[in-house]
Design a protein around this ligand. Structure first.
Ligand code: HEM
Length: 401
């Protein structure tokens, strides 16, 4: 099927298309602009199968279909990224995840509560001095960007720079060939940037995650340099390009559903279930990493040849009526709510407790501080990013006065 996943119409509201696919072609062969053919899986149960069944591998290079060599001009950072925990299977995946997982446990994160509250309040203060703001640049982005950069040890001056490069990485599957060249240049700069961070921490160790990784490398064979670069790339990327969408899309969803916004304002104790429902309803990550089946597999009435590229739509699964009654309705009291926003199986989001904390503090304080905030544009005029990996807004004009 010809599905233009980058068209503004689809980005604006992909849900009717997903509903039709779930109904008629739940595992469908699509053609992507840059990446070519792939199977798109849209039903909740099938998505669960792909995420949990080890015959679906994250390690593309294991199967013949992706053993073809990357073109000579592929930036090193992209080939190096193949060594990240997200793109390898166990046991390498487990070894890499174990190196950092302690830093992301709820207990370790307790100390971050104050940091998140401080950056949130600082941003709210700045916003209060303006009449209208861009909620993404002024609020939703700075919270996770500051927190993950502090945890990793990225100097303040470099933060917006790497955010910009990572934005182009996420949009890499869309755009023209010429735009692709510009993106490749960004990728090269990003590689040099990661190397410079590692060198900085070798010279000046600090109490941060990059120093911990440098120490792990020096301790022996637990981590090589490519894996270290891939780890820094993954943590910085996943640490902010996701939560920005929870806060941004979440705010938009609440403004478009004023009954739910008022309910949350009147019953702040609902914040935990509200954040879960906003994760389900707004899908900050639309499509996780592609999977590659290690043998021929039958799924949703289709025979997937070995080595197929299989894309699962978390956004579609989270709106599947078979799993969620009234799936297209935002209900901040929804229970149970077994959404797949953080994935499932061995690659389940490492940063879920951190993302929940940032989402709760950010959204709660925003709606308390500006109880009468309004959308600054018509809902139809809101622009979405073209990336299929994340579902996020380019900007969100809000009148806070
Ligand atoms: C609302 C915010 C977030 C959402 C919706 C989200 C979603 C996800 C999803 C769906 C996956 C699974 C990917 C796959 O199976 O291919 C994932 C993995 C991951 N996430 Fe998150 N994430 C969020 C925030 C964070 C944060 C704040 C961090 C902090 C660094 C983080 C770090 C990671 C890492 C390292 C992985 C890979 C885990 C592995 O391969 O074992 N995420 N995330």
């Amino acid at each position: 099927m010809l599905l233009d996943t980058t068209s503004p119409q689809f980005r604006h509201d992909p849900y009717p298309t997903y509903a039709a696919l779930r109904e008629t072609e739940p595992v469908s062969l699509i053609n992507e602009p840059v990446m070519g053919q792939a199977w798109l899986v849209t039903r909740y149960d099938d998505v669960v199968t792909v995420l949990k069944d080890p015959r679906f591998s994250n390690e593309g290079r294991k199967t013949a279909a992706v053993q073809r060599k990357a073109p000579w001009w592929t930036p090193k950072v992209l080939t190096t990224f193949q060594n990240s925990m997200l793109l390898v299977d166990d046991p390498d995946h487990r070894r890499l995840r174990d190196l950092v997982h302690k830093a992301f446990t709820p207990k370790m994160l307790q100390g971050l509560n104050k940091v998140i509250e401080n950056v949130t309040d600082e941003r709210l203060e700045k916003m209060a001095r303006k009449k209208s703001v861009d909620l993404i640049a002024d609020f939703a982005l700075p919270i996770p960007l500051t927190v993950i950069s502090d945890m990793m040890g990225v100097p303040v001056k470099d933060r917006l720079k790497f955010h910009h490069w990572m934005g182009t990485f996420l949009e890499i599957r869309s755009g023209t060939k010429l735009q692709m060249m510009g993106k490749m240049l960004n990728m090269m700069q990003m590689y040099r940037f990661f190397k410079s961070l590692i060198n900085l921490r070798r010279r000046q160790p600090q109490d941060d995650l990059i120093t911990a990784l440098v120490n792990a490398e020096q301790d022996g064979d637990r981590l090589n340099e490519d894996e270290m670069i891939a780890m820094i790339f993954l943590l910085l990327l996943a640490g902010h390009e996701t939560t920005v969408n929870l806060i941004g899309n979440g705010t938009l969803a609440l403004l478009e559903n004023p009954d739910q916004l008022h309910k949350l304002q009147n019953q702040p104790e609902l914040i935990d279930s509200a954040v879960e429902e906003l994760l389900r309803f707004t899908n900050p990550v639309e499509q996780p990493a592609p999977r590659y089946n290690l043998e021929e597999i039958e799924l949703g009435g289709q025979k997937l040849p070995r080595g197929s590229r299989v894309l699962v739509s978390l956004a579609s699964a989270n709106r599947d009526e078979a799993a969620f009654p009234n799936a297209d309705k935002l209900d901040i009291t929804r229970t149970p709510n077994k959404h797949l926003a953080f994935g499932l199986g061995i690659h389940y989001c490492l940063g879920a407790p951190l993302a929940r904390m940032e989402g709760k503090i950010g959204l709660q304080r925003l709606i308390t501080r500006f109880p009468n905030m309004q959308l600054g544009v018509k809902p139809d005029a809101v622009q979405w990013r073209t990336s299929m990996a994340v579902r996020g807004l380019k900007a969100l004009p809000i009148v806070v006065e």
